[in-house]
Design a protein around this ligand. Sequence first.
Ligand SMILES: Nc1ncnc2c1ncn2[C@@H]1O[C@H](COP(=O)(O)OP(=O)(O)OP(=O)(O)O)[C@@H](O)[C@H]1O
Length: 372
Amino acid sequence: MSIDIRNVSKDFGNFHALRDVSLEINSGELVALLGPSGCGKTTLLRIIAGLETADRGHILFNGADTTDKHVRERNVGFVFQHYALFRHMSVFDNVAFGLRMKPKAIRPSEAVIKDKVHELLGLVQLDWLADRYPSQLSGGQRQRIALARALAVEPQVLLLDEPFGALDAKVRKELRRWLRRLHDDLHVTSIFVTHDQEEALEVADRVVLMNSGQVEQIGSPQEVWDHPASPFVYGFLGDVNLFHGRAHEGEMLIGEDQQGLRLVTPEHSTVQDSKAFAYVRPHDLEVQRYVASANAAQPVSGIVAKLTRAMVVGPTARLELVPADATAAGSGDIIEAHIPAQLYRDQGFQEGDTVLLTPRRARVFVAEGEGI
Ligand SMILES: Nc1ncnc2c1ncn2[C@@H]1O[C@H](COP(=O)(O)OP(=O)(O)OP(=O)(O)O)[C@@H](O)[C@H]1O
């Protein structure tokens, strides 16, 4: 089932929870809605489900408007962060619930229900827990049972709202791999809400980045990671350093003229002396020992910084640095660089060293309203 979200807006009083959101989800796709707390992810999910109505816009399932369709007619399965299992029912009865609630005319026989429930419990690999009660399950097991229950009525759309949000990091990781495999087997059109970028990038076919009720970018995990469309997306997807400077005719200067760094930005070739920001991921910063030139007038091509802290655990050395020229980074900002631990040892770096930082890759954004 394809889902077409067309120009959906929703206000709560004076607050704009969703502003003109449009999005097309292909049949069988697994899409992640990703964004910070309060950006409108759950509201959008609830509107798709029919639990909430949009003030403006439409939701189409397979091209047909759902506006007048009750939540029960939409054939949607849900899984929420807080396991909504019935505490007084066994695992078996929880999974059977949706089937037993069907109108008599289409309700399967108890024998068919039994087979179906065991098939679903097998699918989520928990058949051996059929007789237990929810209180006797781990958090991860409860979420898998919640998913089995949602799948029991063969929904055409599966909506998952932070399904693994309450679980610890290790279980979350296991479950998201498991969810991906399950989706590859079943191909139910699924929308997955999360504020965890790693989760979204690992699980989804496409990621929808939301901010303040709007869609900032839609793309495959690779696309949004490699080509963030806005400073917000860059900052939201992973660690990033922000450098301040000015852009002019295809070049950005970070820091003071003689002690700064020039970045070539052909995409801003028409910009005239505008405030600009460069985003650089910690692993895209090259770190070298700094040797001051005897000729003070000779320009330095890089950012001179002091290594204030080094965490060398495992294969990566995570370095915290403070720029010598405070105008290069935001005032008081620490620069983060990640280099191979072996390189750190080979170079004999130590806390307190002065080093030269040069970005291998940077993304420059010109301040809004300035430049072209
Ligand atoms: N029924 C409501 N009445 C008033 N405001 C609401 C209501 N539901 C949501 N909001 C507000 O709308 C905004 C978006 O809420 P929503 O739950 O969609 O965000 P979210 O992106 O899912 O956040 P989180 O990750 O914290 O769950 C929030 O500021 C929230 O306070």
